[in-house]
Design a protein around this ligand. Structure first.
Ligand SMILES: O=C(O)CCC(=O)C(=O)O
Ligand SMILES: [Fe+2]
Length: 442
């Protein structure tokens, strides 16, 4: 499917025009469905115009949930200025330590983690939080990420066998199918998509035809790289299990601020979904480094976007040269997010932590109490960056194609597509985005 992101983007999906508008001084917002980027017109010209609910929430939330003083303190003590190495004029960038919850705290259903969920995902939050000390995670991350350069260097004819144009490359191998903002194919990274939970989400032919990007079967390199399937499923399942517990605490936080009907919380929606999609990413080595890459230099490896699903689990990227792990030679390279106060922040988290970000669907369903996170990836620069590659894994946790999404009276994401107070399934909602932005309906 398309894992969505509303992208600002220096990328668009194959063949699509790229409406570029400035998001404040830098960010164009894009949308990504199942990890594939799609260009949308959704832009935050000002935080209050599009995201009306954010300011409304700030005023309507009970005092104990108003973070400003604590959040501001939190920000000022944890965010420090970082000098960027690029010579071209770059916006000020902050480096921060993300909000972290330890695994024992997370699995305690009686623990009150509302403040941390709010600091991470709320209207004044950073947009990301991490879970530390997850048993077994570090090894599963290493096992999978180390396979990424091996997959990317398989012979072209083998990778071709792993492609699935019918799903718009949302299963199996995808390289050069999305476009950069210049209109050129995005050759900077290759992706491998699969549903880590269900190899065959359904056998109903009409459904497979209607939602090929969700309902199709997985495509594994059974002969060329048999370890991939095992490693991908193991990591994907773990990130889903931990993410479900994050979703439980998100529900606890949101339910203090608005009524959530039985069975309509994020946790239950995600637990019954057949639509989760994992994406193993391989960023090809940066070329001799300069600042003249496609798009702005901040998003030189992956354009600005918000993910389209509900909750995205992310591993810390692994940098390698010739498939051997190395420390990244450019500390400015990696994941960036744009905060609610329009600051661009370099996200730093440990190899042994799982990061979670909010996607658009969670923002819509929680009426903005959970806020989607604009993010991008910056390539390393400088002489030493030559030959440096990056691998990472994202799990897009999304509602089932059949899941009814009750949209609020006032929709602030994709509002041009969503009639107010309507009830669409996630599959229908995704289709609307595809129809509008890809013009591919036949
Ligand atoms: O490479 C990363 O760290 C993030 C990738 C990402 O944002 C995505 O696939 O949607
Ligand atoms: Fe993303």
């Amino acid at each position: 499917m398309y894992t969505s992101r509303t992208r600002s983007t220096n990328q668009v999906h194959s063949g699509m025009p790229v409406p570029l508008k400035k998001f404040c001084n830098l960010v164009l917002k894009g949308s990504k469905l199942n990890g594939q980027t799609m260009n949308l017109n959704l832009l935050r010209s000002s935080p209050s115009s599009l995201y009306k609910s954010r300011s409304r929430i700030e005023f309507s939330a009970p005092a104990r949930f108003l973070p400003p003083s604590s959040s501001n303190q939190w920000r000022s003590c944890r965010i420090s200025c970082q000098k960027m190495s690029c010579k071209s004029p770059a916006p000020p960038v902050l480096q921060t330590v993300t909000v972290t919850i330890s695994y024992p705290e997370l699995i305690d259903k009686n623990a009150d983690l509302s403040m941390k969920i709010e600091e991470g995902f709320g209207p004044n939050g950073l947009g990301i939080l991490t879970i530390a000390d997850v048993p077994g995670f570090s090894l599963l991350r290493q096992n999978l990420l180390r396979l990424s350069p091996r997959l990317a260097s398989l012979p072209e004819e083998v990778k071709k066998e792993l492609e699935d144009p019918n799903s718009r490359y949302n299963f199996g191998w995808s390289h050069g199918k999305e476009k950069l903002e210049s209109g050129k194919p995005d050759m900077l990274k290759g992706s491998f998509y699969a549903n880590p939970i269900l190899d065959i989400p359904t056998t109903e032919a009409p459904l497979i035809q209607r939602y090929p990007s969700y309902c199709g079967p997985n495509i594994w390199p059974k002969h060329a790289l048999p370890e991939l399937e095992v490693a991908f499923k193991a990591l994907g399942k773990l990130i889903l299990d931990v993410g479900s517990m994050v979703a439980y605490h998100c529900d606890q936080y949101v339910s203090r601020l608005m009524k959530i009907k039985e069975d309509e919380g994020l946790e239950k929606i995600l637990l019954r979904s057949r639509c989760h999609k994992g994406r193993l990413l391989y960023y090809f080595p940066a070329e001799k480094s300069n600042c003249s890459r496609d798009g702005d230099s901040m998003s030189s490896w992956c354009g600005w976007h918000t993910d389209h699903g509900s909750l995205t689990g992310l591993t810390c990227g692994m940098f390698m040269r010739d498939a051997v792990e190395i420390p990244c030679p450019d500390s400015a390279a990696g994941l960036y997010i744009k905060t609610r106060t329009d600051q661009i922040v370099k996200v730093v988290f440990g190899e042994d932590e799982i990061a979670y970000q909010i996607g658009e669907t969670a923002e819509i369903l929680s009426r903005g109490y959970l806020c989607a996170t604009p993010h991008c990836v910056r390539a390393p620069k400088g002489e030493e960056a030559s030959g440096v590659e990056r691998s990472t894994f994202a799990l897009f946790m999304q509602p089932d194609w059949d899941e009814k999404l009750n949209f609020p009276e006032e929709v602030h994401i994709h509002q041009e597509l969503i009639p107010s107070n309507c009830a669409l399934t996630f599959g229908e909602y995704s289709e609307k985005l595809l129809d509008k932005y890809y013009h591919l309906k036949n």
